[in-house]
Design a protein around this ligand. Sequence first.
Ligand code: ADP
Ligand code: MG
Length: 175
Amino acid sequence: MNKTELRKHIKLLKSQHQATTTADSGIIMQLLADDAHFLAAKTVLLYHSLSDEVNTHQFIEEWCLKKQLLLPVVVGEELELRLFQNMNELKIGSFGIAEPTGPLFTDYAKIDFVAVPGMAFDRNGHRLGRGKGYYDRLLPKLTNAYKAGICFPYQVVDEVPVEPTDITMDGIITI
Ligand code: ADP
Ligand code: MG
């Protein structure tokens, strides 16, 4: 399957697995909370989930008290990072994503861990996004971060087709 076909295939699977999204998200977020790389990290980039992604909302609320938490903000073709300190600082931005309004964060080398959403991942850490390349442009700046793909089990496929600009994950967190 090429990238476009794979995105279509996963979209169908997502629509078939809606009933278990909440329960599965809870299990996956607990696996993240128990992950050694995550636990060791001081500065963490998370994503504020959309309705068809592994739900991170509660996790963000809980962990912003214990770690320096960052969330992305879509600015044109790039993801800008802002500090997240409390839920009141979120406002809806591009693509309907809730984004932080806290201070801008540009000290990319300080980020220890990043949770990366995706449409599909394979066992080699290859990642398929939504097709705009946002994380492929951001992740090379995070020179010291452990990169964890976060997904539902049906999003792990045998092979994700990749191009030279696609950034490989260090691990996948799923059930
Ligand atoms: P996604 O990773 O969101 O699934 P793709 O990997 O298909 O999306 O990439 C989408 C577009 O972004 C492609 O045209 C790709 O060439 C471009 N792109 C990806 N990474 C970079 C980069 N580092 N610099 C410039 N363009 C990039
Ligand atoms: Mg890509």
